[in-house]
Design a binder for this molecule. Structure first.
Ligand code: ADP
Length: 390
């Protein structure tokens, strides 16, 4: 039968299961769902550049919260405002129920009085100190007593897997170990909040993957609240309870990873996270029936009421995994478009097929036992699409 297709502005027609509710995930994080950090309409300009604008979010105690977006979208600035390394121009920042920054009210709690831990991209470890001294120093600064310090140093080095390396210097550690030392050092004094700015970007790809799992496990076992900045969607998606997608200084969407992927609030979000195939098209009305006409001519029925008028242009967005390749030689039916296989490459676990359809060219993966031929005509069944105004 006819496949229901489409919905404007990302409202899906066919939902699988109930709507995503991200607050359900917050309750998983913390039994009492207590807010630790709150930003309200925070703004920061550099001259005429609006680096951060109208940024608002809450982070629950024990939550792993990420700021994800392309380079220059305002992630680091937001983090530095929370840390107190940067002054906001407007809005409020609350930590643990205390207002720590509000230019309107003339409040600015200095960085060192915020009990916030920081780990940046470059290993912020002290090269002239041993591993142990690196961890001891911040505790001495905070006037912890000696017995408590030595107990704590043992604990955190154990936690990050550096026990036994106490007397080494940072140059005698691998990149991953140095980053773990930076983590140990900022976890040692039990900060209310840990801010991590691209902490894995200086380690090689394989180690990065390993450290991702480690960091997630560590966060779960310690229960520390983390705000994590990255431009790497895999990092943000795999570790976070919730994430904020940023674009040009503002937040496009805040949600749990599943909702970000399956229920994106904008084309930007859908296109930034995961792979996406985009077709150009327009709405075509014929009496009572409305269709989406793909550029190139193929049509699929549009059953949803949309605000886009007859002839209105739109973008049709499809995840590759929502496309089925049919090879039985019949004409495309409802919700299907014709395509041609342009190229096939074997990459071991699968084939990668370049396919051309509706004036777009894109790569689809097929199982190793499903070999298509170059030049073969196929029918693509679009199982799930989203429409966005062009
Ligand atoms: P991200 O961390 O997402 O890469 P940033 O927060 O570093 O983005 O930067 C946001 C915007 O603010 C960018 O346009 C950047 O060029 C600008 N910016 C950041 N820091 C400064 C600064 N110290 N002086 C001037 N412009 C800055």
């Amino acid at each position: 039968g006819a496949r229901t297709l489409g919905a404007i502005n990302g409202t899906r027609l066919r939902r699988r299961g109930p709507p995503f509710r991200s607050n359900k995930y917050i309750f998983n994080v913390s039994a009492n769902n207590q807010t630790l950090l709150k930003l309200e309409r925070v703004r920061r300009c550099y001259g005429s550049t609006l680096a951060v604008d109208q940024v608002s979010f809450h982070v629950a105690k024990g939550e792993f919260f990420s700021l994800l977006g392309p380079s220059g979208c305002g992630k680091s600035t937001t983090l530095r405002l929370i840390a107190g390394l940067e002054e906001s121009d407007a809005g409020e920042i609350w930590l643990n129920g205390r207002l720590i920054a509000s230019p309107e009210r003339g409040i600015l709690v200095p960085a060192e009085k915020r009990n916030i831990g920081l780990v940046f991209q470059s290993y912020a470890v002290w090269p002239h100190m041993t591993v142990a001294q690196n961890v001891v120093y911040p505790l001495e600064v905070r006037r912890w007593d000696t017995a408590k310090i030595s107990r704590r140093v043992g604990e955190v080095l154990d936690l990050v897997g550096l026990a036994g390396l106490e007397q080494r210097r940072p140059v005698q550690l691998s990149g991953g170990q140095q980053q773990r030392l930076a983590l140990a050092r900022s976890l040692a004094y039990e900060p209310d909040l840990l801010l991590l700015d691209e902490p894995l970007s200086n380690v090689d790809a394989k180690l990065r993957e390993h450290l991702r799992f480690e960091l997630k496990r560590l966060q779960q076992s310690v229960g520390v609240t983390i705000v994590y900045v990255t431009h790497d969607q895999t990092e943000a998606m795999s570790m976070s309870h919730r994430l904020a997608i940023m674009n040009h200084g503002h937040i496009e969407q805040i949600d749990c990873p599943e909702a970000i992927y399956k229920d994106p609030a904008s084309f930007f979000v859908q296109n930034f996270v995961g792979r996406l195939i985009t077709f150009e098209g327009k709405v075509k009305e014929n009496g009572a029936t409305r269709k989406i006409e793909f550029s190139g001519g193929s049509c699929v029925p549009l059953v949803e009421q949309t605000t886009i008028p007859d002839g209105g242009k739109l973008k049709i967005a499809v995840r590759p995994e929502d496309i089925e390749i049919l090879t039985n030689g019949r004409e495309p039916g409802a919700g299907e478009i014709p395509g041609v296989v342009v190229d096939v490459s074997y990459v071991g676990s699968r084939y990668e097929c370049a396919v051309s359809a509706a004036n777009a060219e894109f790569v689809l993966e097929t199982a190793p036992n499903f070999r298509l031929q170059r030049g073969q005509t196929v029918v693509l069944r679009l199982n799930e699409i989203k429409l966005w105004p062009a």
